[in-house]
Design a protein around this ligand. Sequence first.
Ligand SMILES: [Zn+2]
Length: 117
Amino acid sequence: MRAQRMTSLRQPCLENIDLAESLEACSGCGRGSMIKLRYNGLLLCKRCFISFFERRVRRTIGEHRFVEPGDRIVVALSGGKDSVTVLYLLDKLNRLHGNNIELVAISIDQGIRAWTR
Ligand SMILES: [Zn+2]
């Protein structure tokens, strides 16, 4: 059940992001933007996008109670950007908010030869 929820939450984010075509002002700070979120029209610079993304992840985790204080979370690292980002953000949020979460990273051999070379 949890895996289905997380999958459905990921797709709208990926489908609704465009690189900004101009140097229009960032909706957060007024500096030059680099990305446009189609679903809400926000133009964001790199710093504001990272802040927006991290707040959204934190809010989603809280709303769906994906993580509770004291949990032990095992992150399966494939070496790709998705799993590394999950581990990075969970560690960052844990340090910032002191949720006393134990993070365990494991590496998985996916058995796909072309990806392991
Ligand atoms: Zn900005």
